[in-house]
Design a protein around this ligand. Structure first.
Ligand code: TRP
Length: 445
């Protein structure tokens, strides 16, 4: 196992490069992520998922443009590439290589159940088409590529939208399967859903989304921003008539930018019958106040794409300092290794698998993370109590592996491990089991 010098929690997320960042992306992803990236207890990995973009977009110019716009937006919004890993997926050749390794440990049936693929199949079935009509193998493999993104950098936490939770679960399963076959190399990630982050309504009141064509670009000119805000749908109440904040897209957008005091003031103005035109002016000024200072840097980066290229390449070089040795370790683990190299350990051979017990990590319905040590016949030798994060469970496993030679092949009674039990106690109980086995072996002989 590679030893990590950093004990920081690794947080990783990717942004598919198919569109122009809009206010919904800013409020829902960019702004909270930039804030979170300043937490010294975490190491951030943020990347432009341009391989993923190819799955849904066949316009090369659009992918190129979107990559530039998204990169420039994140930097302008305050992401510090010196502090975090900020890179482009396609600059990391280790990712497609890991994708293949994971492809080989992922059941096809598992991918059949992935939401995005299933949605396409359901649509085809409903239309009486061939179930796989217009479904590319890329769409089918989407979760595996995403698993490689995550597992490549041993991410602990992956902040995503609800629609992506299943993909994180799949990445966990891929990691478990790989580890089971080849030893504990991959770290099991956990999805993080930011409940408090606002879902922004768009111009027509539905969720702001490119697919509804109701977005306000994050970086339009002041004049454009003003014009778009003027087109937000309102009801027909006249100036002087009290207005409802409930269900008002304008109000909700304002709230996502304003302080609680400012929001209360606008609520009062609504009750007092503010004219829609005036309310729109208030909203425009509030958004422009936040966006204007970032606009200059955004424009500067957009007009200097070479600068963004350099920045991303530097980020990729930094990321590959981790990825290159790790893929080497994984290549060796699966048997892609120098013919002259000693097959140093036998982990991964069928023989080894039947000879030593292995750790399995999993998540229970209670949302907690557990592990167990199972012998090759599937008998549970050790069973942990729940941990709140897979990272903690992984650490406990690592400590067990470090501290015990794991010559435990024939443990009868179950030992219960948990974070409230000190590691010494655990080791003591393992010791006593080992002597019990020794006793039993003696009595047999
Ligand atoms: N699929 C994600 C989305 O559409 C983007 C993505 C690609 C991603 N790879 C990732 C997110 C890895 C988190 C981790 O939103």
């Amino acid at each position: 196992m590679t030893t990590e010098t950093s004990t920081r929690t690794r947080v990783l997320t990717g942004i598919t490069t198919t569109g122009t960042p809009h206010l919904g992306n800013y409020v829902g992803a960019i702004r909270p992520t930039v804030q979170a990236s300043r937490n010294p207890a975490t190491q951030g990995f943020y990347f432009l998922a341009d391989y993923h973009a190819l799955i849904k977009c066949d316009e090369p110019a659009r992918i190129q443009r979107s990559t530039l716009e998204i990169a420039a937006s994140w930097i302008a919004a305050g992401l510090d590439p010196e502090r975090v890993m900020f890179y482009r997926q396609s600059d990391i050749p280790e990712i497609p290589e890991l994708t293949w390794f994971l492809t080989c440990v992922t059941g096809k049936g598992v991918l059949n159940r992935a939401h995005a693929y299933k949605a396409s199949v359901d649509k085809n079935n409903a239309a009486g088409n061939d179930p796989d009509a217009d479904v590319s193998a890329g769409l089918f493999m989407y979760p595996v590529l995403m698993g490689a993104d995550i597992l490549m950098f041993k991410a602990h936490k992956v902040p995503v939208g609800r629609d992506q939770i299943q993909h994180i679960e799949m990445a966990r399963d891929m990691a478990s399967s790989f580890n089971h076959l080849y030893g504990e190399h991959l770290v099991l990630p956990e999805a993080v859903i930011e409940e408090s982050v606002a879902l922004l309504p768009g111009l027509d009141g539905r969720k702001m989304s490119k697919s509804y064509d109701n977005t306000i670009p994050l970086f339009s000119s002041s004049a454009q921003l003003k014009k778009l805000i003027a087109s937000i749908v309102t009801d027909s109440r006249a100036p002087g008539e009290a207005k409802d904040t409930e269900g008002s897209a304008l109000f909700q957008i304002y709230q996502a930018f304003a302080s609680p005091e400012e929001t209360a003031d606008l609520a009062k103005a609504y009750a007092d019958g503010i004219a829609w035109g005036d309310a729109k002016q208030v909203l425009f000024e509030r958004i422009d106040r936040e966006v204007a200072p970032m606009r200059a840097q955004y424009e500067e980066l957009i007009s200097n794409p070479a600068k963004v290229d350099a920045l991303l390449l530097k980020g990729a070089a930094k990321a590959r300092e981790l990825a290159t040795p790790f893929i080497k370790e994984l290549r060796h683990a699966v048997g892609l290794r120098a013919l002259a190299s000693a097959g140093s350990n036998n982990v991964g051979t069928k023989q080894a698998r039947t000879a030593i017990p292995s750790f399995k990590q999993y998540r229970e319905k209670d949302g907690q993370f557990y592990f167990k040590l199972v012998d090759p016949q599937g008998k549970v030798l050790l069973q942990s109590l729940g941990f709140t994060s897979p990272k903690d469970a992984g650490l406990a496993i690592a400590r067990l592996q470090e501290n015990t030679p794991l010559a435990i092949t024939e443990l009868g009674p179950q030992v219960v491990l948990g974070h409230e039990v000190s590691i010494d106690l655990v080791l003591a109980s393992i010791d006593s089991l080992v002597s019990e086995i020794a006793e039993r072996v003696k009595s047999k002989g």
